[in-house]
Design a protein. Structure first.
Length: 250
């Protein structure tokens, strides 16, 4: 029986070839990797630097930190307004009003006017809110009277009252020969007026400025012949400092 060696020498060549093949494959693979790598491309600097801002991942939270910028504060501008027109042609002046500032406190300046600019109300002697007491006679077709009507009293003691809201009252009546006297009571003060006159004409009695509010005026026939009432007017009066009393000019 022949003795054979434990290792077959015929296998040495195939093993060497296999090892060289593996080494060659590795060399080719590494060469391909090295040849495919990208070369670094130089990047030119820009005028605006890049910054990174990290945002939080929790809902409602953010790590964003805004840069502090020099935001200019809006400056106070001026608006040119024309002055209010008091009367006649307006004159435009360079009056300026600053915006974004607290308005100055308002001040009231009392003014006086010789004529009535407007009225709040004017009621005829037949107005239903005039409360007549006594035997008054309603007369119509009176020339020049307001709405051509008058209320006439022939009896001393007859009276009429009227409650109004305002700052002044004007009582209109017709004067004439042989007419009597009336008293006007307003805010506790009493005034006597003589309706007699040489000419038949309409006459106005005007109170002073009252405190703004509700007032009651009472007209009473106090003596002499007949007296009458034509109308009552409540003018529109603006008075920053009203007078609390009334005066009468006989």
């Amino acid at each position: 029986m022949d003795n054979k060696p434990s290792f077959d020498r015929d296998l040495i060549l195939p093993i060497l070839l296999g090892g060289l093949s593996v080494i060659g494959i590795g060399i080719v693979f590494m060469w391909g990797r090295l040849s495919n790598e990208r070369q670094a491309v130089p990047v030119a600097d820009t005028e605006t630097p890049m910054r990174f801002v990290y945002l939080g991942t929790e809902p409602g939270l953010s790590t964003l930190t805004p840069d502090v910028t020099d935001t200019p504060i809006p400056t106070v501008t001026e608006l040119v307004l024309p002055p209010p027109v008091v009367g006649g042609s307006p004159t435009v002046t360079n009056t300026s009003v600053a915006l974004f500032t607290d308005p100055p406190p308002r001040t009231a300046t009392p003014t006086a006017s010789a004529t009535l600019s407007s009225v709040l109300s004017k009621v005829d002697d037949t107005y239903f809110e005039l409360l007549y007491d006594g035997d008054w006679n309603a007369q119509s077709n009176v020339t020049d009277a307001y709405q051509n009507t008058l209320h006439i009293s022939f009896t001393v003691g007859n009276s009429v009252s009227y409650t109004f809201t305002g700052q002044q009252v004007i009582i209109s009546f017709q004067s004439g020969p042989s007419l009597g006297r009336i008293s006007i009571t307003l805010d506790g003060l009493q005034f006597e007026i003589d309706q007699s006159s040489g000419n038949t004409e309409l006459v106005d009695w005007q109170s002073a400025i009252l405190i703004r509010g509700t007032h009651t005026v009472v007209i009473e026939h106090i003596s002499g012949g007949s007296i009458n009432l034509d109308s009552i007017t409540i003018p529109d009066v603006s008075t920053p400092t009203p007078i609390a009393t009334v005066t009468s000019t006989p």
